[in-house]
Design a protein around this ligand. Structure first.
Ligand SMILES: Cc1cc2nc3c(=O)[nH]c(=O)nc-3n(C[C@H](O)[C@H](O)[C@H](O)COP(=O)(O)OP(=O)(O)OC[C@H]3O[C@@H](n4cnc5c(N)ncnc54)[C@H](O)[C@@H]3O)c2cc1C
Length: 385
């Protein structure tokens, strides 16, 4: 057993941290208030960071998920609001799915995604609920060379970017009545006639948009079907298995940045005649959080390593990915909340920046990429078989 990263991975992390600390960390507040700058995406593209796991023939580099998780952690460590990391991991994981299953459309769409020109997202959740994916209602009926889509998706990341920049979403639709076996995945470009979009105002990670898409008789060419009809649920679960590991890595990155701030504060700030760090209540809590963060990190990289060895771990991947998603956001949130409290009144100010991470991480506790109870459902299914 070897827990160390390869020389290539360690160097990649080091160079990335250096770049991101100069290019991204100083503009975290700006990202939160004004959105991810277009030129930042282009700079990240130049470093090969966009949709990293996508194949070389469509412009990607077929990066491992271990390397992609390192990047997710580092991106969120710099933009701890999570917005840039969210966009990073959506392009990586749904780019991976489109690459793997989207034979009819991958060559048309992926080069534009890898170059950062188009946004690619996932549209699964509907107004009636997100957890019960098998029960989704958006309909697609085949008419000649087209699918005609009717329905609505809500709380979808990147609706604004796909509208403004171009691109679209891998959209889960019902093509047959049979529960999860009646779901297909179709790439729906946002600029198609009949796609009506609106934005939702979120409380965190505001650098990337969240919105609603209504489909009114949207005609999508049959070639936009991903893989086979009625297999979309399985492709989506494959995507979520990959995305959830990157989500956890990103949450850990954000928490690491905030913990570093908290430790520095505790080294400087005095109360009752000594530094905060010399109060055992603070030092012990810091030790526990540091340990929990390392535990979450180990589990997350183990899950990433399993994704890179899919053949061997196919049966275990859903549970490990769910475990990573269960532990990463919760641990990150607990770290960030404690740091805010160590900083006292200052921690509650916008100037301390901690609230940016607090709001951002919360998105992954309420449900983005799958609610916590859904993670527990996936894990319990594995352990009770
Ligand atoms: C910022 C943000 C961005 C998002 N981006 C996207 C996106 O890009 N694409 C997309 O498709 N979706 C996206 N979502 C939606 C996300 O996938 C859903 O929030 C999630 O799937 C949960 O669905 P829901 O919000 O409808 O909650 P519900 O499914 O209504 O669940 C509500 C609560 O009930 C719990 N619950 C549900 N079922 C059970 C059960 N059987 N047992 C116990 N508890 C249960 C859940 O854990 C949750 O706490 C995003 C969400 C957020 C917050």
């Amino acid at each position: 057993m070897d827990f160390s990263f390869s020389e290539e991975e360690a160097l990649f992390r080091e160079e990335l941290r250096d770049f991101l600390s100069k290019r991204v960390r100083p503009i975290v507040r700006k990202i939160d208030e004004e959105g991810i700058p277009r030129d930042l995406v282009k700079d990240m593209v130049k470093l090969g960071l966009w949709a990293m796991p996508v194949s070389e023939d469509v412009g990607g580099q077929k990066a491992s998920f271990t390397l992609t998780a390192i990047a997710a952690e580092e991106v969120a460590r710099a933009d701890f609001s999570m917005a840039t990391a969210v966009m990073f991991l959506l392009e990586a994981s749904w780019g991976y799915v489109l690459d793997k299953y989207g034979k009819g459309i991958r060559e048309e769409v992926l080069p534009k995604v890898v170059s950062g020109d188009w946004f690619l997202g996932i549209a699964s959740t509907e107004p009636s609920g997100g957890s019960d994916v098998a029960n989704l209602k958006t309909l697609a009926r085949k008419e000649g060379d087209y699918y005609v889509i009717e329905g609505e998706k809500s709380y979808i990341s990147g609706v604004g970017e796909a509208k403004k920049w171009g691109g679209g979403h891998l959209t889960l639709v019902r093509t047959s009545p049979e529960g999860h076996r009646g779901i297909s995945m179709i790439y729906v470009p946002t600029d198609l006639e009949g796609v009506e979009t609106s934005l939702i105002s979120n409380s965190g990670r505001m650098g990337i948009s969240t919105g609603i898409m209504r489909y009114q008789g949207v005609k999508v060419p049959v070639k936009n079907l991903i893989g086979e009809e009625n297999k979309g649920f399985y492709y989506a679960m494959d995507g979520f298995n990959h995305a959830r590991v990157l989500v956890s890595a990103a949450c850990i990155g954000s928490a690491e940045a905030i913990l570093e701030m908290g430790l520095n504060y505790a080294k400087d700030r005095e109360a009752f005649g000594k530094k905060l760090k010399d109060h055992q209540a603070i030092a012990f809590e810091a030790s526990e959080l540091y340990t929990r963060l390392e535990m979450a990190r180990l589990l997350t990289y183990k899950a990433a390593w399993m994704l890179d060895n899919e053949e061997k771990f196919r049966d275990q991947i859903p549970a490990y990915s769910a475990m990573a998603k269960l532990v990463g956001p919760q641990t990150a949130f607990d770290v960030i909340k404690s740091v805010m409290m160590w900083m006292g009144a200052y921690g509650y100010t916008k100037g301390a920046l901690v609230e940016i991470a607090y709001r951002g991480i919360m998105s992954y506790l309420v449900g983005a990429e799958g609610a916590m109870n859904v993670m527990k459902m996936i894990i319990s299914k594995r352990i009770f078989t």
